[in-house]
Design a protein around this ligand. Structure first.
Ligand SMILES: *[C@@H]1O[C@H](CO)[C@@H](O)[C@H](O)[C@H]1NC(C)=O
Ligand SMILES: *[C@@H]1O[C@H](CO)[C@@H](O)[C@H](O)[C@H]1NC(C)=O
Length: 167
């Protein structure tokens, strides 16, 4: 004979198991959604380019950030965190990555945009390597699901170059 406590415990375990299986199925089915996000970034203007008193190069620039990230959104997407980074190579480091701008996209309705954006965070080099420096602007996105694992990807837009002279 099973006691009431034993049976309610078994029922609870069964419920938790079903819930766990459902969560796994949700995140697996979500992975079948093949996203094809679009991103484009242009540099509209170099506002300022100078050497700081400590010798580090600093840039202020205005970008035109356009994206269509609607395909990242499924019914299991909570929000998408995006950031734009300048990435470049110097003699000292193979990859220098400087985060310039970020945003949280709360829903699919907000996932298509084209906005002028000046760097929120300093585009500062650890040295004076930026004159004539080639760089890429990369849009990174982190997709935060309601259940399951977060995943991240990026789009690299290459072929930018800083001026030869400070201004
Ligand atoms: C920004 O980029 C979008 C898409 O490429 C374009 O339609 C728009 O005209 C651009 N805006 C500016 C200010 O350059
Ligand atoms: C910039 O982009 C180009 C083309 O995708 C790539 O070959 C290069 O390695 C990138 N540079 C950096 C520093 O990531």
């Amino acid at each position: 004979m099973h006691s009431f406590a034993y049976r309610s415990n078994a029922l609870f375990t069964f419920g938790v198991t079903i819930l766990a299986i459902m969560c796994i199925m949700v995140s697996v089915s979500d992975n079948f959604n093949t996203a094809s996000p679009q991103a484009q970034i242009e540099v509209l203007k170099i506002n300022r380019f100078k050497r700081q008193p400590n010798g580090n190069d600093e840039v202020s620039l205005t970008m035109n950030i356009s994206a269509d990230l609607q395909s990242l959104f499924t019914w299991n997407t909570k929000q998408v965190f995006i950031f734009v980074a300048a990435e470049y190579e110097t003699a000292k480091n193979v990859l220098n990555q400087v985060s310039l701008w970020d945003a949280i996209i709360p829903s699919k309705e907000h996932a298509v945009f084209s906005i002028p954006a000046t760097n929120k965070y300093g585009f500062v080099d650890q040295g004076s390597n930026l004159r004539g420096q080639e760089f890429n602007l990369t849009m990174h996105w982190h997709v935060m699901p309601k259940t399951g694992y977060m995943y991240a990807d990026k789009k690299v837009i290459s072929g930018f170059r800083l001026p030869e002279e400070y201004r």
